[in-house]
Design a protein around this ligand. Structure first.
Ligand SMILES: NC(=O)c1ccc[n+]([C@@H]2O[C@H](COP(=O)([O-])OP(=O)(O)OC[C@H]3O[C@@H](n4cnc5c(N)ncnc54)[C@H](OP(=O)(O)O)[C@@H]3O)[C@@H](O)[C@H]2O)c1
Length: 385
């Protein structure tokens, strides 16, 4: 038995009743609660991990709000969330070849791959029977782990920010860029304009674009997060100056600003992740032959658009979910060289994980939120913590 956080359908329902279904008033820290979890036996292909640190991820927010689907109810009334972690290997099954006790590993969040390696479902979310890593220890399959690149130049906390968000960004970028290149080859245009709207995944997406020599723009409401990206040469655009696109006039003003910034051309690639009012702004500012890509639906699950307008502009909308197994390993190669995440100024203690989740929900954090799970860190990790 280990301590692990859980979300129950009863807690979701009780919180919804308390706030009369007004999701703006939900207190996530009343829904995510410390529980216990019985670990399974370590099978021949399994790895027993001691969790060292985790990042707060938005799927926990969606699970606690039950705003996209009521995943806790669909999973039988209780889930153990947490699908981004860094851990120390305690023991391995007899057929495990890539890890030994003492190694440090990062996770990916694929629950079960399809024949091409893409996730059919996500671990600790909709993958049946999966239990997450917001706990002291876990037993996982070897296939779920990637060696942590401790010598990549990032601090341990920065590394802990990346296991879920970096592969998401890596996949979004290679898909969006590849699609754009089908339409406009390098022969015709070398440098493209790339826009991302606020959020940890978008920040990493823009780091990829910038690293490959493109013009990158970050439209966010957070001055701290814009400032961090400006240091990497990524131009900030204040989303709040356009009232977060509350009206058509705001979208028009934003589109005008983008035209000014890009010499009248617009954005060749846009990473959305939020949908809702952000989607029309991303479409309005797109360049001809542009690509609008998203793996998220934080503000709305549905979108509406003018299909004729998109055709005339040769605009492509692409929906991604998460990287393939192989792609997750490739994304991990880029820790430190390309991915330099901004992390929230407080490293939360394990007992403060519910507060970290709530502050993520309130959007008051200055970077990706990290929770320290283990008090004592192995020497290799302590050296970069
Ligand atoms: N498919 C996948 O594998 C996958 C992976 C990761 C994430 N996601 C999804 O993608 C979405 C974003 O994830 P993330 O990890 O990038 O999130 P994140 O780091 O928690 O950032 C969320 C961002 O949302 C922005 N925001 C909050 N309220 C807003 C509003 N009313 N209007 C406009 N922007 C608002 C904030 O940006 P500013 O305040 O800076 O503007 C904030 O930084 C979530 O829905 C998440 O579940 C999917």
């Amino acid at each position: 038995m280990v301590k692990a956080y859980a979300i129950t359908a009863d807690a979701v329902a009780a919180e919804r009743a308390r706030v009369n279904d007004d999701l703006d008033k939900v207190d996530i820290s009343r829904v995510v609660a410390l529980d216990t979890l019985e670990l399974p036996e370590v099978g021949p292909t399994d790895v027993h991990l001691r969790i060292l640190a985790v990042s707060a991820e938005h799927n926990v927010d969606h699970a606690a709000l039950a705003d996209t689907v009521n995943i806790t109810q669909l999973r039988g009334g209780k889930i153990y969330p947490g699908n981004s972690a860094v851990g120390e290997v305690l023991a391995v099954g007899r057929e495990v070849t890539r890890f030994k006790p003492g190694d440090i590993a990062v996770t990916h969040c694929i629950g079960e791959p399809d024949p091409y390696g893409y996730p059919l479902r996500i671990w600790a979310y909709d993958q049946p029977e999966s239990t997450g890593w917001y706990g002291e220890e876990a037993v996982v399959g070897e296939w779920q782990l990637i060696a942590a690149p401790l010598d990549c130049g990032l601090s341990f906390w920065e590394i802990a920010a990346l296991p879920l968000r970096a592969p998401t960004a890596y996949h979004l970028w290679r898909r969006a860029y590849g699609i754009y290149r089908v339409k406009v080859p390098r022969e015709h245009r070398a440098t493209i304009n790339v826009l991302g709207f606020g959020g940890g995944v978008s920040e990493l997406f823009l780091m990829l674009a910038k690293h490959e020599g493109h013009n990158a723009y970050f439209c966010s409401g957070s001055p701290e997060r814009r400032a961090a990206l400006e240091e990497l040469g990524i131009t900030g655009i204040d989303q709040k100056a356009f009232n977060r696109f509350a009206s058509r006039d705001d979208v028009k003003a934003f589109s005008g600003q983008v035209k000014k910034l890009t010499g009248g051309v617009g954005m060749h690639v846009v990473c959305d992740m939020l949908r809702g009012p952000v989607f029309p702004a991303g479409v309005a500012c797109a360049a001809r032959e542009g690509v609008n890509v998203s793996a998220g639906w934080q503000l709305s699950k549905s979108i509406q658009y003018d299909s004729a307008g998109a055709s005339v502009k040769q605009l492509t909308l692409d929906h991604t979910h998460y990287e393939t197994l192989i792609g997750c390993t490739a994304a991990t190669e880029l820790y430190g060289t390309v991915f330099k995440p901004t992390i929230h100024k407080e490293i939360y203690a394990f007992e403060d994980l519910p507060r970290a989740m709530h502050e993520m929900h309130l959007n008051t954090q200055t970077g990706i939120p990290i929770i320290r799970v283990a008090n004592d860190l192995p020497a290799s990790v302590a050296a970069i913590a």
